[in-house]
Design a protein. Structure first.
Length: 143
């Protein structure tokens, strides 16, 4: 899980928070700046969080260490949650995440980001708003 933590803390989360299109979509309902705390959460957003928000609560970490190489393949589900509003609020966020995560040039200290691509995305109504998921496939090596 070290690879997953490193990728989330030093790649994905700062990448999302620093991406102008994603920031604009997240702040469109909150004002000019990202609300504090950030609307990007690992695991689950706290109760009464402002929408839209992004969570990461499902991931797999498949180590492919060999005698001379260490690394892992990660599958990460990035969830987008919106409140009442058009489906486009969620689908625009999904598209922005897919664009950002398609072979990003993130530097992750101690690791080499070999591959990062979105595999699939879907968006459904969840009763009060919309819920979307983008699954990312990431290959990360040590060193």
């Amino acid at each position: 899980m070290k690879e997953l933590d490193a990728f989330f803390q030093h790649g994905l989360r700062p990448g999302l928070e620093g991406d102008a299109p994603i920031t604009a979509l997240l702040t469109s309902q909150h004002g000019v700046t990202l609300p504090s705390p950030s609307p990007i959460w690992l695991d689950q957003a706290p109760p009464n969080s402002l929408y839209p928000l992004i969570t990461f609560n499902e991931a797999s970490d498949d180590s492919w260490d060999t005698s001379d190489t260490r690394g892992a393949e990660l599958l990460i589900d990035v969830h987008v949650w919106t409140d009442a509003g058009p489906r486009a609020n969620a689908t625009d966020l999904l598209k922005a995440i897919e664009t950002l995560c398609d072979d990003p040039a993130w530097t992750i200290t101690g690791y080499t980001l070999v591959y990062c691509r979105p595999l699939r995305a879907k968006c459904d109504a969840d009763g009060e708003g919309f819920h979307g998921v983008v699954t990312l496939r990431v290959i990360i090596g040590h060193g």
